[in-house]
Design a protein around this ligand. Sequence first.
Ligand SMILES: [Zn+2]
Length: 343
Amino acid sequence: MVTSIKIGEVRSIPGKSVHGTYKVAERAASTIDLPISIIQGRKPGPTLVIIAGEHGCEYSGIVAAVKLARDLRASELSGTVIIVPLANPVAFDARYLFVNPIDQVNPYGAYPGEPGATVTFQIAHKILNDIALKGDAVVHLHGADYNEALVPFNYVPMTGRKEVDEESSRLASCFPVLYHLDALPASKSTSVPPVGTTYAVTADGTLYWEVASRGIPATMVESGKEGKLEEETIMIHYDGLINVMKHMGILAGKAEYQRGVRILKNPVLVANRSAGLFIPKVGYGESVNKGQLLGEIWNFKGKVLERILSPIDGMVVCRINFVAADSYPTQTQPYLFYITQVE
Ligand SMILES: [Zn+2]
C-alpha cells in the first residue's frame, strides 16, 4: 500500500511524477513559492527528501536536482522522492549571495525556523516541518556561492545517536567525494575558540542538524565552484543521489560506496579586520601550517594593511574569490578562508 504525500496543494500520485509549487510565505504584494516535485513509485518504500538552492547562486546543486526531477521514472521506484530544487527563489532571481535579500538572513543557519519571525525563518520552518520531516532520509545540496570555490565534501551530523550518525555517514559515502566533515553543534565543537576574526563552523541552525537531531539521517553535499556549471561538480550531486536511492532501496541496483574517505575536523572560518583588496596567497585544496600566511589585505597604494595567518595546521577547504574585502565578517563576506584539520 503506497501512502499519498501532500505538501500544500501538491499531492503525490503512485506511478507518476507530480511537479508543482508550494507557498512558503506571503508578502504584501506577492507570495514566495518553492518549486517542488514528488515522484512516487507504485511499490511502497522509503521517502527521500532532497533540498537544494538555499543559496541562490549555488547552481550545481540546483541543476542536479532539476535534472533528477526530470529524469526519474516513477514506474522504476519503490517509495517516494521529494525534490525542492530551489529553497531560496528570491536570492536566485536577484542573483544574491548567501542571504535572502528581503531580510538579509542566511537560510543556512535559520533552522528550525519560526513562523512569527522574518521571511527566511518562516520559510525554514515550512521546509523543515512540512517537507524535510516527511523523509526517512534528507540530503541537502550546497555548492559554493558565486564568490566561493571549494574541495567537494559532505557534512555528516554527529548527534551522538549511534544508529542515526552511522546512517548519515553511509548516506554521505554514497557521494563520490573524498572528504567527510564531522559536523557538531557549538556546545560540542572542539574547533579553536573564536580569536579575533577566526571563528568555528558549527552545525547549529542547519537543516541537516535539525533533521538528524530528530532521528532522521541526513547529509549535506558541498560541490560547486563560483556559480559555474561544470559537469563534474553537477554529477557529484546527481550520481550521489542515484546512489542514495539505491542504498535506500528506492531504486533497484547496488549502491557503490566511496572508499578511502578522509575525515575533516575542527572547521574554522578565517576572516579579516581591514577593508581593502583581498590578495590570497593560498588556494583551496592546499595544505597549510599554523601561522602560515594565507593572504593579505592591501589599500589602494598597494600597502599591506593586514596579514591573514592560518590559526591551525590543516587544509583550505574553501576560499572566497572576491578581491573587494569587507572589514570584519559580514553576511555577504562571512569569511575569507575555510580551513579544517584532516585526519
Ligand atoms: Zn551554500
